[in-house]
Design a binder for this molecule. Structure first.
Ligand SMILES: Cc1cc2nc3c(=O)[nH]c(=O)nc-3n(C[C@H](O)[C@H](O)[C@H](O)COP(=O)(O)OP(=O)(O)OC[C@H]3O[C@@H](n4cnc5c(N)ncnc54)[C@H](O)[C@@H]3O)c2cc1C
Length: 477
Protein backbone atom coordinates (compact mmCIF):
# COMPACT_ATOMS: atom_id res chain seq x y z
CA UNK A 1 0.00 0.00 0.00
CA UNK A 2 1.29 3.47 -0.93
CA UNK A 3 1.86 5.65 2.11
CA UNK A 4 2.14 9.39 1.47
CA UNK A 5 3.57 10.34 4.84
CA UNK A 6 4.95 8.50 7.84
CA UNK A 7 4.99 10.09 11.30
CA UNK A 8 5.59 9.10 14.85
CA UNK A 9 2.37 10.75 15.96
CA UNK A 10 -0.74 11.70 14.01
CA UNK A 11 -3.35 13.95 15.61
CA UNK A 12 -6.79 13.95 13.97
CA UNK A 13 -8.69 17.20 14.53
CA UNK A 14 -7.53 20.80 14.82
CA UNK A 15 -10.07 22.18 17.31
CA UNK A 16 -9.39 22.90 20.95
CA UNK A 17 -8.50 19.28 21.82
CA UNK A 18 -6.18 18.65 18.87
CA UNK A 19 -4.47 22.02 19.40
CA UNK A 20 -3.93 21.33 23.09
CA UNK A 21 -2.46 17.89 22.37
CA UNK A 22 -0.18 19.39 19.69
CA UNK A 23 0.97 22.28 21.91
CA UNK A 24 1.67 20.02 24.90
CA UNK A 25 3.45 17.46 22.74
CA UNK A 26 5.59 20.14 21.05
CA UNK A 27 6.49 21.64 24.40
CA UNK A 28 7.51 18.28 25.87
CA UNK A 29 9.28 17.08 22.70
CA UNK A 30 11.28 20.33 22.60
CA UNK A 31 12.72 19.58 26.00
CA UNK A 32 13.37 15.90 25.20
CA UNK A 33 15.69 16.81 22.26
CA UNK A 34 14.91 13.45 20.62
CA UNK A 35 13.79 13.08 17.01
CA UNK A 36 10.03 13.00 16.59
CA UNK A 37 7.69 13.69 13.69
CA UNK A 38 4.19 14.94 14.38
CA UNK A 39 1.41 15.42 11.84
CA UNK A 40 -1.91 17.11 12.55
CA UNK A 41 -4.85 16.47 10.23
CA UNK A 42 -7.33 19.32 10.40
CA UNK A 43 -10.41 19.90 8.30
CA UNK A 44 -10.49 23.64 8.97
CA UNK A 45 -7.84 26.16 7.89
CA UNK A 46 -7.43 27.86 11.28
CA UNK A 47 -6.37 25.74 14.22
CA UNK A 48 -7.98 26.06 17.64
CA UNK A 49 -11.39 27.39 16.68
CA UNK A 50 -13.33 24.14 16.34
CA UNK A 51 -17.03 24.43 17.11
CA UNK A 52 -16.78 26.63 20.19
CA UNK A 53 -14.11 29.22 19.52
CA UNK A 54 -14.99 30.43 16.06
CA UNK A 55 -18.10 32.02 17.58
CA UNK A 56 -19.66 34.51 15.18
CA UNK A 57 -20.31 37.35 17.67
CA UNK A 58 -18.22 39.08 20.33
CA UNK A 59 -21.31 38.69 22.56
CA UNK A 60 -20.50 34.98 22.65
CA UNK A 61 -18.24 34.92 25.68
CA UNK A 62 -16.66 32.08 27.63
CA UNK A 63 -18.73 30.63 30.41
CA UNK A 64 -15.61 29.98 32.49
CA UNK A 65 -13.54 32.89 33.90
CA UNK A 66 -10.14 33.58 32.30
CA UNK A 67 -8.24 32.41 35.39
CA UNK A 68 -9.46 28.83 34.76
CA UNK A 69 -8.92 28.74 30.98
CA UNK A 70 -5.14 28.53 30.58
CA UNK A 71 -4.11 26.01 27.93
CA UNK A 72 -1.40 24.58 30.14
CA UNK A 73 -2.12 22.89 33.46
CA UNK A 74 1.35 23.77 34.73
CA UNK A 75 1.07 27.47 33.76
CA UNK A 76 -2.26 28.63 35.21
CA UNK A 77 -1.64 32.28 34.25
CA UNK A 78 -0.71 31.54 30.62
CA UNK A 79 -3.96 32.94 29.18
CA UNK A 80 -3.84 35.98 31.46
CA UNK A 81 -0.31 36.74 30.23
CA UNK A 82 -1.44 36.34 26.61
CA UNK A 83 -4.31 38.77 27.20
CA UNK A 84 -2.04 41.30 28.95
CA UNK A 85 0.53 41.11 26.15
CA UNK A 86 -2.21 42.06 23.68
CA UNK A 87 -3.61 44.87 25.81
CA UNK A 88 -6.89 43.01 26.26
CA UNK A 89 -9.01 42.70 29.38
CA UNK A 90 -6.99 40.34 31.58
CA UNK A 91 -9.34 40.33 34.58
CA UNK A 92 -8.85 36.83 36.04
CA UNK A 93 -12.56 36.71 36.90
CA UNK A 94 -13.64 38.12 33.53
CA UNK A 95 -15.37 36.21 30.72
CA UNK A 96 -13.63 36.97 27.42
CA UNK A 97 -15.14 36.57 23.94
CA UNK A 98 -14.78 33.03 22.62
CA UNK A 99 -13.25 34.47 19.41
CA UNK A 100 -10.30 35.72 21.48
CA UNK A 101 -9.89 32.30 23.01
CA UNK A 102 -9.81 30.79 19.50
CA UNK A 103 -6.98 33.20 18.57
CA UNK A 104 -5.18 32.22 21.76
CA UNK A 105 -5.33 28.51 20.86
CA UNK A 106 -4.26 29.18 17.31
CA UNK A 107 -1.24 31.22 18.37
CA UNK A 108 -0.48 28.66 21.06
CA UNK A 109 0.27 25.98 18.46
CA UNK A 110 2.30 28.41 16.30
CA UNK A 111 4.36 29.53 19.28
CA UNK A 112 4.85 25.98 20.55
CA UNK A 113 6.04 24.89 17.09
CA UNK A 114 8.53 27.76 16.72
CA UNK A 115 9.96 27.16 20.16
CA UNK A 116 10.10 23.37 19.69
CA UNK A 117 11.92 23.56 16.37
CA UNK A 118 14.36 26.09 17.86
CA UNK A 119 15.13 23.84 20.82
CA UNK A 120 15.01 20.52 19.02
CA UNK A 121 16.06 20.65 15.35
CA UNK A 122 15.31 16.92 14.95
CA UNK A 123 11.62 17.57 15.57
CA UNK A 124 9.17 18.04 12.70
CA UNK A 125 5.59 19.25 12.83
CA UNK A 126 3.23 19.52 9.89
CA UNK A 127 -0.40 20.52 9.68
CA UNK A 128 -2.25 18.92 6.76
CA UNK A 129 -5.67 20.34 5.98
CA UNK A 130 -7.51 17.16 5.07
CA UNK A 131 -10.29 15.11 6.63
CA UNK A 132 -9.40 11.68 8.01
CA UNK A 133 -12.06 9.31 6.77
CA UNK A 134 -10.79 5.84 7.61
CA UNK A 135 -8.52 4.12 10.07
CA UNK A 136 -6.81 0.73 9.81
CA UNK A 137 -4.34 -0.99 12.07
CA UNK A 138 -0.94 -2.08 10.87
CA UNK A 139 1.78 -4.06 12.63
CA UNK A 140 3.62 -1.05 13.98
CA UNK A 141 0.82 1.44 14.30
CA UNK A 142 -1.99 2.85 12.20
CA UNK A 143 -2.94 3.88 8.71
CA UNK A 144 -5.25 6.81 8.15
CA UNK A 145 -6.87 7.55 4.80
CA UNK A 146 -8.08 11.06 4.01
CA UNK A 147 -10.90 12.39 1.86
CA UNK A 148 -8.23 13.86 -0.45
CA UNK A 149 -7.08 10.34 -1.30
CA UNK A 150 -3.86 10.33 0.73
CA UNK A 151 -2.69 7.71 3.21
CA UNK A 152 -0.85 8.58 6.39
CA UNK A 153 0.97 6.13 8.57
CA UNK A 154 1.77 6.74 12.23
CA UNK A 155 3.01 4.77 15.19
CA UNK A 156 0.50 6.54 17.41
CA UNK A 157 -2.79 8.25 16.64
CA UNK A 158 -4.72 10.72 18.79
CA UNK A 159 -8.36 11.09 17.84
CA UNK A 160 -9.37 14.66 18.69
CA UNK A 161 -12.26 14.93 16.27
CA UNK A 162 -14.56 16.60 18.78
CA UNK A 163 -18.23 17.42 18.60
CA UNK A 164 -20.76 16.09 16.10
CA UNK A 165 -23.98 17.67 14.89
CA UNK A 166 -26.46 16.64 12.22
CA UNK A 167 -26.58 18.72 9.05
CA UNK A 168 -28.73 21.82 8.63
CA UNK A 169 -31.66 22.28 6.30
CA UNK A 170 -32.56 25.73 5.01
CA UNK A 171 -35.00 26.56 7.82
CA UNK A 172 -34.25 23.82 10.34
CA UNK A 173 -30.88 24.47 11.94
CA UNK A 174 -29.41 21.51 13.79
CA UNK A 175 -25.90 22.94 14.00
CA UNK A 176 -26.01 26.69 14.66
CA UNK A 177 -22.18 26.85 14.60
CA UNK A 178 -21.59 25.77 11.01
CA UNK A 179 -23.06 27.19 7.82
CA UNK A 180 -25.80 29.20 9.55
CA UNK A 181 -26.19 32.95 9.47
CA UNK A 182 -29.43 34.42 10.84
CA UNK A 183 -28.63 37.62 8.93
CA UNK A 184 -29.55 35.73 5.76
CA UNK A 185 -33.19 35.63 6.97
CA UNK A 186 -35.61 38.56 7.18
CA UNK A 187 -35.45 40.14 10.65
CA UNK A 188 -39.24 39.84 10.85
CA UNK A 189 -39.02 36.02 10.65
CA UNK A 190 -40.61 33.99 13.42
CA UNK A 191 -38.07 31.84 15.24
CA UNK A 192 -38.29 28.93 17.65
CA UNK A 193 -35.32 27.81 19.70
CA UNK A 194 -35.68 24.23 20.89
CA UNK A 195 -33.89 23.91 24.21
CA UNK A 196 -33.02 26.60 26.73
CA UNK A 197 -29.39 25.88 27.64
CA UNK A 198 -26.12 27.58 26.73
CA UNK A 199 -26.74 27.37 22.96
CA UNK A 200 -30.13 29.07 23.36
CA UNK A 201 -28.44 31.87 25.30
CA UNK A 202 -25.91 32.31 22.47
CA UNK A 203 -28.67 32.37 19.85
CA UNK A 204 -30.69 34.97 21.78
CA UNK A 205 -27.62 37.21 22.07
CA UNK A 206 -26.87 36.81 18.38
CA UNK A 207 -30.46 37.64 17.37
CA UNK A 208 -30.43 40.61 19.73
CA UNK A 209 -27.13 41.85 18.18
CA UNK A 210 -28.93 41.72 14.82
CA UNK A 211 -31.85 43.72 16.28
CA UNK A 212 -34.29 40.92 15.47
CA UNK A 213 -37.91 42.08 15.13
CA UNK A 214 -39.80 38.81 14.63
CA UNK A 215 -41.32 36.75 17.45
CA UNK A 216 -38.91 34.38 19.21
CA UNK A 217 -40.10 31.45 21.34
CA UNK A 218 -37.84 29.24 23.43
CA UNK A 219 -39.34 25.76 23.81
CA UNK A 220 -38.03 23.85 26.80
CA UNK A 221 -39.26 21.02 28.99
CA UNK A 222 -38.09 22.71 32.18
CA UNK A 223 -38.67 26.25 30.93
CA UNK A 224 -35.50 27.39 32.67
CA UNK A 225 -32.55 29.34 31.26
CA UNK A 226 -29.03 28.61 32.65
CA UNK A 227 -28.25 30.22 35.99
CA UNK A 228 -25.49 32.78 36.50
CA UNK A 229 -22.03 32.53 37.99
CA UNK A 230 -21.50 34.36 41.25
CA UNK A 231 -18.01 35.87 41.37
CA UNK A 232 -17.96 35.27 45.13
CA UNK A 233 -17.83 31.52 44.48
CA UNK A 234 -14.37 31.91 42.85
CA UNK A 235 -12.97 33.24 46.10
CA UNK A 236 -15.14 31.31 48.57
CA UNK A 237 -14.53 27.69 47.75
CA UNK A 238 -15.96 24.82 49.76
CA UNK A 239 -14.52 21.33 49.82
CA UNK A 240 -16.31 18.03 50.34
CA UNK A 241 -15.19 14.52 49.52
CA UNK A 242 -18.20 13.61 47.36
CA UNK A 243 -16.61 10.42 46.01
CA UNK A 244 -16.17 9.05 49.53
CA UNK A 245 -19.78 10.09 50.21
CA UNK A 246 -20.85 8.13 47.13
CA UNK A 247 -18.99 5.02 48.36
CA UNK A 248 -20.90 5.31 51.63
CA UNK A 249 -24.35 6.23 50.28
CA UNK A 250 -24.54 4.53 46.85
CA UNK A 251 -27.80 6.31 46.16
CA UNK A 252 -28.66 9.37 44.10
CA UNK A 253 -31.50 10.33 46.44
CA UNK A 254 -29.20 10.17 49.49
CA UNK A 255 -26.47 12.16 47.73
CA UNK A 256 -29.02 14.77 46.68
CA UNK A 257 -30.29 14.92 50.28
CA UNK A 258 -26.75 15.38 51.55
CA UNK A 259 -26.19 18.20 49.05
CA UNK A 260 -29.31 19.98 50.36
CA UNK A 261 -28.02 19.73 53.91
CA UNK A 262 -24.59 20.96 52.88
CA UNK A 263 -26.15 23.88 51.06
CA UNK A 264 -27.17 25.34 54.42
CA UNK A 265 -23.63 24.80 55.73
CA UNK A 266 -22.19 26.43 52.63
CA UNK A 267 -24.38 29.49 53.14
CA UNK A 268 -23.37 29.66 56.79
CA UNK A 269 -19.74 29.85 55.61
CA UNK A 270 -20.74 32.90 53.55
CA UNK A 271 -20.31 31.06 50.25
CA UNK A 272 -22.99 31.01 47.51
CA UNK A 273 -24.69 27.83 46.20
CA UNK A 274 -22.38 27.95 43.17
CA UNK A 275 -19.45 27.05 45.47
CA UNK A 276 -21.25 23.87 46.51
CA UNK A 277 -21.87 22.84 42.89
CA UNK A 278 -18.22 23.56 42.05
CA UNK A 279 -17.11 21.33 44.94
CA UNK A 280 -18.45 18.36 42.91
CA UNK A 281 -16.14 19.06 39.95
CA UNK A 282 -13.08 17.07 41.15
CA UNK A 283 -15.37 14.13 41.99
CA UNK A 284 -17.90 13.93 39.14
CA UNK A 285 -15.75 11.71 36.90
CA UNK A 286 -14.97 9.38 39.81
CA UNK A 287 -18.61 9.11 40.90
CA UNK A 288 -19.77 8.55 37.30
CA UNK A 289 -17.16 5.80 36.97
CA UNK A 290 -18.50 4.07 40.09
CA UNK A 291 -22.19 4.25 39.12
CA UNK A 292 -23.80 1.20 37.54
CA UNK A 293 -25.78 1.54 34.32
CA UNK A 294 -29.13 1.59 36.11
CA UNK A 295 -28.04 4.50 38.33
CA UNK A 296 -26.57 6.42 35.41
CA UNK A 297 -29.88 6.07 33.57
CA UNK A 298 -31.78 7.28 36.63
CA UNK A 299 -29.46 10.29 36.87
CA UNK A 300 -30.09 11.15 33.22
CA UNK A 301 -33.88 10.76 33.61
CA UNK A 302 -34.40 12.55 36.91
CA UNK A 303 -31.45 14.80 37.67
CA UNK A 304 -29.67 15.82 34.48
CA UNK A 305 -32.01 18.78 33.82
CA UNK A 306 -31.50 20.26 37.26
CA UNK A 307 -27.76 19.46 37.19
CA UNK A 308 -27.24 21.17 33.82
CA UNK A 309 -28.97 24.39 34.88
CA UNK A 310 -26.80 24.67 37.99
CA UNK A 311 -23.54 23.30 36.60
CA UNK A 312 -23.39 24.96 33.15
CA UNK A 313 -23.65 28.57 34.24
CA UNK A 314 -23.24 31.78 32.32
CA UNK A 315 -21.37 35.03 32.97
CA UNK A 316 -23.34 37.34 35.29
CA UNK A 317 -23.36 40.04 32.57
CA UNK A 318 -24.83 37.59 30.08
CA UNK A 319 -27.47 36.47 32.56
CA UNK A 320 -28.60 40.04 33.21
CA UNK A 321 -28.71 40.77 29.46
CA UNK A 322 -30.90 37.70 28.93
CA UNK A 323 -33.16 38.75 31.78
CA UNK A 324 -33.57 42.23 30.28
CA UNK A 325 -34.37 40.74 26.87
CA UNK A 326 -37.02 38.51 28.45
CA UNK A 327 -38.55 41.40 30.41
CA UNK A 328 -38.64 43.49 27.23
CA UNK A 329 -40.59 40.69 25.53
CA UNK A 330 -37.77 40.03 23.02
CA UNK A 331 -38.47 36.32 23.52
CA UNK A 332 -41.01 34.11 25.28
CA UNK A 333 -40.32 30.87 27.09
CA UNK A 334 -42.74 28.02 26.37
CA UNK A 335 -42.60 25.23 28.92
CA UNK A 336 -43.40 22.48 26.48
CA UNK A 337 -42.23 19.16 25.15
CA UNK A 338 -41.46 19.26 21.43
CA UNK A 339 -42.92 16.10 19.93
CA UNK A 340 -42.14 16.52 16.26
CA UNK A 341 -40.78 18.79 13.57
CA UNK A 342 -41.92 18.79 9.91
CA UNK A 343 -40.87 20.99 7.06
CA UNK A 344 -42.99 22.46 4.30
CA UNK A 345 -41.75 24.59 1.41
CA UNK A 346 -41.99 27.86 3.34
CA UNK A 347 -42.33 26.94 7.02
CA UNK A 348 -41.18 24.59 9.72
CA UNK A 349 -44.01 23.00 11.67
CA UNK A 350 -43.18 22.43 15.32
CA UNK A 351 -45.48 20.08 17.23
CA UNK A 352 -45.44 20.25 21.00
CA UNK A 353 -47.32 19.49 24.20
CA UNK A 354 -47.60 22.22 26.79
CA UNK A 355 -46.79 20.60 30.08
CA UNK A 356 -49.47 20.69 32.78
CA UNK A 357 -52.10 21.38 30.10
CA UNK A 358 -54.30 18.90 28.24
CA UNK A 359 -52.11 16.24 26.65
CA UNK A 360 -53.33 17.46 23.24
CA UNK A 361 -50.66 18.37 20.74
CA UNK A 362 -50.42 21.93 19.50
CA UNK A 363 -48.40 23.23 16.56
CA UNK A 364 -46.58 26.38 15.51
CA UNK A 365 -45.68 27.33 11.94
CA UNK A 366 -42.33 29.09 11.94
CA UNK A 367 -39.89 30.66 9.50
CA UNK A 368 -36.88 29.30 11.32
CA UNK A 369 -36.27 26.60 13.94
CA UNK A 370 -32.89 26.39 15.66
CA UNK A 371 -32.11 23.28 17.65
CA UNK A 372 -30.34 24.27 20.85
CA UNK A 373 -30.43 20.75 22.24
CA UNK A 374 -26.71 20.34 21.90
CA UNK A 375 -24.66 17.90 19.98
CA UNK A 376 -25.06 14.24 19.09
CA UNK A 377 -23.91 12.22 22.06
CA UNK A 378 -24.64 8.81 20.54
CA UNK A 379 -21.66 7.98 18.34
CA UNK A 380 -23.63 5.15 16.74
CA UNK A 381 -25.64 7.90 15.04
CA UNK A 382 -22.64 9.99 13.98
CA UNK A 383 -22.39 10.11 10.19
CA UNK A 384 -18.74 11.29 9.97
CA UNK A 385 -16.97 8.62 7.88
CA UNK A 386 -14.02 8.16 10.27
CA UNK A 387 -16.27 7.33 13.24
CA UNK A 388 -18.89 5.37 11.29
CA UNK A 389 -16.29 3.19 9.51
CA UNK A 390 -14.19 2.61 12.66
CA UNK A 391 -17.27 1.48 14.60
CA UNK A 392 -18.35 -0.74 11.72
CA UNK A 393 -14.91 -2.37 11.50
CA UNK A 394 -14.87 -2.94 15.26
CA UNK A 395 -11.77 -0.76 15.75
CA UNK A 396 -13.78 1.33 18.22
CA UNK A 397 -16.91 0.80 20.24
CA UNK A 398 -19.61 3.19 21.46
CA UNK A 399 -19.18 4.25 25.07
CA UNK A 400 -21.44 3.56 28.05
CA UNK A 401 -25.13 4.26 27.27
CA UNK A 402 -24.05 4.80 23.66
CA UNK A 403 -22.34 8.06 24.60
CA UNK A 404 -19.00 8.81 22.98
CA UNK A 405 -16.49 6.01 22.50
CA UNK A 406 -15.36 3.27 24.84
CA UNK A 407 -11.99 4.29 26.27
CA UNK A 408 -9.92 4.09 29.41
CA UNK A 409 -9.72 7.19 31.62
CA UNK A 410 -6.15 7.74 30.29
CA UNK A 411 -7.54 8.05 26.74
CA UNK A 412 -6.65 4.61 25.31
CA UNK A 413 -9.49 3.57 22.98
CA UNK A 414 -10.93 0.06 23.22
CA UNK A 415 -12.03 -2.09 20.29
CA UNK A 416 -15.40 -3.83 19.79
CA UNK A 417 -14.25 -6.72 22.02
CA UNK A 418 -13.22 -4.34 24.79
CA UNK A 419 -9.48 -4.84 24.10
CA UNK A 420 -7.14 -1.87 24.52
CA UNK A 421 -6.09 -0.47 21.15
CA UNK A 422 -2.36 0.05 21.47
CA UNK A 423 -1.25 3.59 20.68
CA UNK A 424 -4.70 4.89 19.78
CA UNK A 425 -5.95 7.66 22.06
CA UNK A 426 -8.88 9.98 22.35
CA UNK A 427 -9.93 12.96 24.46
CA UNK A 428 -12.67 15.50 24.90
CA UNK A 429 -16.31 14.79 24.20
CA UNK A 430 -15.64 11.24 22.93
CA UNK A 431 -14.87 10.48 26.62
CA UNK A 432 -18.30 11.73 27.74
CA UNK A 433 -19.81 8.27 28.31
CA UNK A 434 -16.77 7.08 30.26
CA UNK A 435 -16.12 10.20 32.33
CA UNK A 436 -19.34 12.27 32.04
CA UNK A 437 -17.49 15.56 32.66
CA UNK A 438 -15.25 15.74 29.60
CA UNK A 439 -16.12 18.72 27.45
CA UNK A 440 -14.75 21.89 29.04
CA UNK A 441 -11.20 23.20 28.80
CA UNK A 442 -10.22 22.41 32.42
CA UNK A 443 -10.79 18.70 31.66
CA UNK A 444 -9.53 18.73 28.07
CA UNK A 445 -6.20 20.40 28.91
CA UNK A 446 -5.43 17.77 31.58
CA UNK A 447 -6.31 14.97 29.17
CA UNK A 448 -4.20 16.60 26.44
CA UNK A 449 -1.20 16.83 28.74
CA UNK A 450 -1.54 13.23 29.94
CA UNK A 451 -1.88 11.92 26.38
CA UNK A 452 1.10 13.99 25.20
CA UNK A 453 3.18 12.54 28.03
CA UNK A 454 2.07 9.00 27.23
CA UNK A 455 2.65 9.42 23.50
CA UNK A 456 6.08 10.89 23.99
CA UNK A 457 7.10 8.15 26.39
CA UNK A 458 6.04 5.45 23.92
CA UNK A 459 7.74 7.26 20.99
CA UNK A 460 11.00 7.41 22.86
CA UNK A 461 10.69 3.84 24.10
CA UNK A 462 9.97 2.36 20.67
CA UNK A 463 13.11 1.30 18.86
CA UNK A 464 13.41 2.19 15.16
CA UNK A 465 11.12 -0.25 13.41
CA UNK A 466 11.52 -2.04 10.13
CA UNK A 467 8.57 -1.93 7.74
CA UNK A 468 6.32 -4.72 8.92
CA UNK A 469 3.05 -5.29 7.13
CA UNK A 470 1.99 -8.43 8.93
CA UNK A 471 -1.45 -8.06 10.45
CA UNK A 472 -2.09 -4.92 8.39
CA UNK A 473 -5.74 -3.93 8.32
CA UNK A 474 -7.49 -2.96 5.13
CA UNK A 475 -8.27 0.53 4.02
CA UNK A 476 -11.28 0.19 1.79
CA UNK A 477 -10.51 3.47 0.05
C1 LIG B 1 -20.79 26.76 21.90
C2 LIG B 1 -19.80 26.22 22.88
C3 LIG B 1 -19.28 27.03 23.87
C4 LIG B 1 -18.35 26.53 24.79
N1 LIG B 1 -17.85 27.34 25.75
C5 LIG B 1 -16.94 26.86 26.62
C6 LIG B 1 -16.35 27.70 27.63
O1 LIG B 1 -16.69 28.87 27.75
N2 LIG B 1 -15.43 27.16 28.47
C7 LIG B 1 -15.07 25.86 28.39
O2 LIG B 1 -14.23 25.41 29.17
N3 LIG B 1 -15.61 25.05 27.46
C8 LIG B 1 -16.52 25.52 26.58
N4 LIG B 1 -17.04 24.70 25.63
C9 LIG B 1 -16.61 23.30 25.62
C10 LIG B 1 -15.26 23.01 24.98
O3 LIG B 1 -14.27 23.95 25.05
C11 LIG B 1 -15.43 22.51 23.58
O4 LIG B 1 -16.28 21.45 23.60
C12 LIG B 1 -14.09 22.17 22.96
O5 LIG B 1 -13.70 23.32 22.33
C13 LIG B 1 -14.15 20.97 22.07
O6 LIG B 1 -13.01 20.96 21.25
P1 LIG B 1 -12.68 19.72 20.35
O7 LIG B 1 -11.42 20.03 19.63
O8 LIG B 1 -12.74 18.49 21.16
O9 LIG B 1 -13.89 19.62 19.34
P2 LIG B 1 -14.32 20.54 18.12
O10 LIG B 1 -14.48 21.93 18.53
O11 LIG B 1 -15.49 19.85 17.50
O12 LIG B 1 -13.08 20.45 17.14
C14 LIG B 1 -12.76 19.31 16.42
C15 LIG B 1 -12.11 19.73 15.14
O13 LIG B 1 -11.65 18.58 14.46
C16 LIG B 1 -12.06 18.63 13.11
N5 LIG B 1 -12.28 17.26 12.67
C17 LIG B 1 -13.27 16.45 13.06
N6 LIG B 1 -13.15 15.25 12.44
C18 LIG B 1 -12.05 15.34 11.67
C19 LIG B 1 -11.43 14.43 10.78
N7 LIG B 1 -11.91 13.21 10.59
N8 LIG B 1 -10.31 14.84 10.12
C20 LIG B 1 -9.80 16.09 10.32
N9 LIG B 1 -10.36 17.00 11.15
C21 LIG B 1 -11.48 16.61 11.80
C22 LIG B 1 -13.33 19.44 13.13
O14 LIG B 1 -13.60 19.99 11.87
C23 LIG B 1 -13.03 20.47 14.20
O15 LIG B 1 -12.37 21.57 13.67
C24 LIG B 1 -17.97 25.19 24.71
C25 LIG B 1 -18.51 24.35 23.72
C26 LIG B 1 -19.41 24.87 22.80
C27 LIG B 1 -19.96 23.97 21.74
Amino acid sequence: MRVDKESDVLIVGGGCSGSLVAANLLKMAAASKRPISITLLAKERILGLGVAYGAPSLSHVLNVPSQAMSAYVEEPDHLLRWLTARGRDADPLGFIPRQWYGQYLSELVDDAEKEAVRQNPSLSFEVVHQEAIELASRANGWLVATGAGQTFSAKQVVLASGLYFHPNDRRLIRNPWRGFDPASFSKESSVALVGSGLSAVDMLLWLSDLDWKGPIAVFAKNGQMPLAHNRMSFAKKVTYDWSADWDRLQSLACLFGLARTRLSGTKLQGAPWQSLIDSFRPHTQVIWGKMDTHTRKRFLRHLQGIWDVHRHRIAPEVASRIQTLQERGFFQIKKALVTGIDQTEAKVVLRYKVLKEAPKEAESHLDLVISCMGLETNYGRVEAPLIASSLKKGLMKSGPLGKGLLALPDGHLLDALGKVQPRLFTLGFSQHGNLWESVAVPEIRSQARAIAENVLKSSVASAPEKEDHRGEGNLAL
